[in-house]
Ligand binder design. Structure first.
Ligand code: BGC
Length: 751
């Protein structure tokens, strides 16, 4: 009898850990039964957890993990950065890498490049591939994507984000989140919200109108939550309405959870919690940290010192709080467990698969932007030619550095290698020479991951320029790879850039090379716009972003014409900072002014809703390159814009537009539709992007594209009613292939 019972228990246990309850379904606890409703499973699990177990799941237990509930068979929860690849493992309690040999990854292009592809399908593939890498590495949440709005080109983390436009960001973030979560890995959309610059990011208190908040800074997050159904959101470091965004009553409880119905977890940015009472009450669900070092803070677990740890538990025991807020947090954590760690239907993960490299390559190829191409210098005609490659960024590995998005890439093809490996080059009897041109950042390590490159070069700037100029004189083409890098005060977390200028004497170098070689091509590697005082002297300019593992391959394919460029700028490329709204109101608007006591710095977004092209339109400024700009090796005509319903009562509109490839080779273009509210009781932007589509066309081919917009596309945020409002009247829709090349328009009316 005893033996029989033991056997039964054994079977039950075996079944439990294999997730197969068919044999012993009578004993299946509800929380473990996948056929049961997820909310019922959460109720059941919650009812079984002790206070200590509940406290344990709402805060970190290591740099990137929090506890599961072992007694109930729930594994620990592992997160990892994000957003361009799966970050290498660090030590349990320190930022140094763990030194594993199986945690190198595919580095995908930075999100600025993804946004520049204007291709939601590419974003879906990106999220999916990243999710598979995360699964393989045992991560249940990726700390990304980052979608803060590009407010100024000085923003240190702009490269991790999707540009200046709330609509473009919304359309690109949704498929990224869906792709990632389709394999059972949670996305943690960050940094919610108003974290638009880096300097003193824990101290900055953003002052912004409700209109700008809703029209510019929130739509990406709203789309990620409502349409993408993101399972996680990361609170930002900075302050809004005098509360840190990791525990902010207004942005988390009211907007995110109440208004948008977010049912996932709010995760603090690392070390972003500052107050027990606010952490308990203001919407934070899981606390993670940066500064707590369990090794030096004592023998006992330093994570016990977190706000949502022992002190919260003690306060509950002492009756200061009931378990109401705690249970709400735990419910959200459990929901996340059932979606990720406890999801037995998850597919297998893959690390560094050929398919992932292909995705990285395709996104890179689609995101590279041909900014300028005077005299059709590009694509390069290599047969029998001498190409001189110049610049540190032609050889520097860029996947290491930049802060938390730093990666340990399994491989990274530099631009120079990409050109050398390129089949077209190899089969063309073409010679490639290299000159350093400038020395920037010769380091190449982050948290113990090193590139292994030795970039030291002690020559003076004059010597470096002289060498490059000498070689350029006899070259058929000169390709300069310059721009920024991932070191401090460049495209890097923690600080903003100090100027919009190119660092390391590059302006001098570029001017000198353009003076001796008429086929000079400048490829800018960065996530931010840079000033280009020499722009008129350099015939071809390409924006090359941070492209990850396949950087060189993708760049070479565009430069040599194997890929016809189709990227479009996701931000306005100002001539200088004077053209940027954020820099037009003195230091109060950027970088802000310290309050008495030096704890808080008030930064008032005085330009309001007029960010990016909304500002240059209003001020009638001509930027160096407009939002949405990007050339091709073929030409396109966008024409015949028609509103299918010139009068709308519900605000829904359908437009058709013809796009024709008027050149000689196949190519892709992005049809962009902008809307103007002709007369309105509040000031509105001259035009706003409201729909777009990327199309691929053969020479001579025409495609009629159908674009739809909804009532929101006609609306502004009405501060009087705290809601969206579309005022009846006349509107104009414009279509074209850049915000400054809108070749057709149509009027319509909202009744
Ligand atoms: C960054 C986050 C990142 C976290 C974990 C923070 O410093 O702001 O974006 O996900 O660290 O590395």
């Amino acid at each position: 009898m005893k033996l029989k019972l033991a056997l039964c228990l054994l079977i039950a246990q075996w079944s439990m850990f294999n997730g197969q309850w068919s044999m012993a379904s009578a004993q299946t606890p509800v929380y473990l039964d996948p056929s049961k409703d997820i909310e019922a499973r959460i109720d059941d699990a919650l009812s079984r957890m002790t206070l200590s177990e509940k406290i344990a799941v709402i805060h970190a237990q290591s740099k990137f993990s929090s506890a599961g509930v072992k007694r109930l068979g729930m594994p620990d929860f592992w997160t990892d950065d994000g957003p361009h690849g799966v970050r290498p493992d660090v030590l349990w309690d320190e930022w140094e890498q763990a030194g594993q040999s199986n945690d190198s990854c595919v580095a995908f292009p930075a999100l600025t490049c993804l946004a520049a592809s204007w291709n939601p399908e590419a974003a879906q593939a990106y999220g999916h591939a990243l999710g598979e890498e995360a699964l393989y590495r045992g991560k249940s949440m990726i700390l990304g994507p980052g979608i803060n709005i590009y407010r100024t080109p000085l923003g240190g983390r702009n490269f991790e984000y999707m540009g200046e436009d709330p609509y473009l960001t919304s359309r690109m973030v949704v498929p990224y989140v869906q792709g990632l979560q389709s394999v059972g890995v949670a996305s943690c959309v960050k940094h919610y919200c108003l974290n638009n610059d880096e300097e003193y990011r824990h101290n900055v208190n953003v002052i912004v109108s409700d209109r700008a908040l809703h029209e510019i800074y929130l739509p990406g997050f709203e789309a990620a939550v409502k349409e993408g159904k993101a399972w996680g959101v990361m609170g930002a470091y900075n302050i809004y309405k005098d509360e840190h965004n990791c525990h902010n009553q207004y942005t988390l409880n009211k907007i995110l959870k109440q208004d948008w119905g977010f049912d996932g977890v709010v995760v603090s940015d690392w070390g972003g919690a500052h107050d027990l009472d606010q952490a308990v009450k203001n919407g934070l669900d899981m606390e993670f940290g940066t500064w707590t070092n369990g090794l030096s803070e004592g023998a006992s677990n330093a994570y016990d010192m977190y706000y949502l740890s022992k002190q919260y538990q003690k306060a509950i025991v002492e009756g200061k709080y009931t378990t109401k807020e705690l249970d709400e947090k735990v419910r959200r954590v459990l929901r996340t467990f059932f979606r990720t760690t406890m999801n037995k239907q998850k597919p297998y993960g893959f690390l560094c698969s050929e398919e992932h490299y292909q995705t990285a390559r395709l996104v890179a190829q689609q995101g590279i932007v041909l900014l300028q191409n005077e005299g059709n210098v590009l694509p390069i005609q290599p047969a029998g030619k001498k190409i001189l490659v110049v610049g540190e960024n032609a050889i520097k590995m860029m996947t290491v550095g930049g802060g938390s998005s730093s990666l340990k890439a399994q491989h990274e093809i530099s631009p120079l290698q990409g050109l050398q490996n390129c089949q077209i080059v190899k089969s063309s009897n073409c010679q490639i020479d290299y000159a350093r041109g400038y020395v920037g950042d010769v380091g190449g390590s982050y948290n113990g991951v090193t590139t292994g490159q030795n970039l030291k070069d002690d020559r003076s700037p004059e010597e470096l320029i002289a060498e490059a100029v000498e070689k350029a004189k006899t070259a058929d083409y000169v390709i300069i790879f310059g721009g920024l890098n991932k070191s401090n005060y460049q495209d890097c977390e923690g600080h903003d850039r100090k100027t919009m200028d190119l660092p390391y004497n590059q302006d001098k170098l570029i001017t000198a090379l353009a003076a001796v070689n008429k086929n000079t091509i400048y490829v800018n590697i960065s996530g931010n716009a840079v000033s280009m005082p020499w722009r008129k002297q350099v015939p071809a300019i390409v924006q090359g972003w941070f492209l990850g593992s396949e950087a060189g391959t993708a760049l070479a394919s565009v430069l040599l014409g194997d890929t016809n460029p189709s990227g479009k700028l996701p931000f306005t490329w100002y001539e200088s900072l004077d053209q940027c709204g954020a820099h037009s109101f003195g230091e109060a608007a950027f970088p802000g002014i310290w309050r008495e006591g030096k704890k808080v710095i008030d930064e008032e977004y005085k330009e309001g809703i007029f960010v990016g092209y909304r500002w240059t339109d209003k001020q009638k400024l001509k930027p160096a390159f407009a939002f949405g700009h990007g050339l091709s090796y073929t030409t396109f005509k966008v024409s015949n814009l028609k509103a299918q319903n010139p009068v709308t009562t519900d605000g829904n509109m359908t437009f058709t537009i013809d796009v024709t490839n008027t050149g000689n080779i196949e190519g892709s273009d992005v049809v962009q539709l902008y809307i103007t509210d002709v007369k309105c009781s509040v000031e509105r932007p001259m035009k706003e992007l409201k729909a777009f589509q990327k199309v691929t066309l053969k020479p001579g081919e025409t495609q009629t594209v159908t674009l739809t917009t909804d009532r929101r596309a006609l609306s502004f945020w009405d501060e009087a009613t705290d809601d969206w409002k579309a005022e009846p009247g006349e509107f104009v829709a414009w279509a074209g292939n850049s915000s400054d090349r809108l070749t057709c328009k149509v009027k319509f009316t909202l009744k």
